[in-house]
Design a protein around this ligand. Sequence first.
Ligand code: ITT
Length: 199
Amino acid sequence: MPLILKPGSRMVVATHNPGKARELAEILENRFDLVTAGQLGLPEPEETETTFEGNALLKARAAAQASGLVALADDSGLSVSALGGAPGIFSARWAGETKDFSLAMTRIEKEVAATGVADRSAWFTCALAVAWPDGPAIVVEGRLTGVLTFPPRGDRGFGYDPIFIPDGEIETFGEMEPTRKDAMSHRALAFAQLRAAIL
Ligand code: ITT
């Protein structure tokens, strides 16, 4: 049976990151009756997989099983070419227990400088997984390339947005109008695939 999501159906967004939850709600444009994992008091599973897709599936499945609802999860992160793709799936973990992204951005700046490599290219990845409570699941991935800039610029967005300028743009994601970010982001690219697959 093909996997289909009906507009208006109730869905849990399996994230505890408010920045992501806001962007996902904007990108989904009231298509669904959304409730967040935080609102349902669902536990945050440990991210034990080694890929964005693996971790997105793990989070979606855990939320679908715990809630009995269709669940959407996002696993995402920033990969830096000069650092061989780090922090990648460890993007949230580089900000430490206190989720201090100015610390994480400074670490990236220092580690890139220490390599002596001139390349400042980087990319954001977003894996989106949808899991149904009775077992089926689907996962897709979107990627957006850009360049890093230091010091960080702008206080919009979240996470690593202030150091990332998408290719062809002059503003960082931290400076950009949120609707512009939502139109081009790795999250939007992943959602376009999801829409093609199940909507
Ligand atoms: P959940 O697992 O509860 O969804 P999390 O923040 O732990 O929240 P991830 O493990 O997927 O989520 O970590 C992704 C990190 O990558 C996130 O904390 C951000 O710092 C960063 N990131 C992902 N998308 C981003 C974006 O659009 N802009 C800036 N940083 C982003």
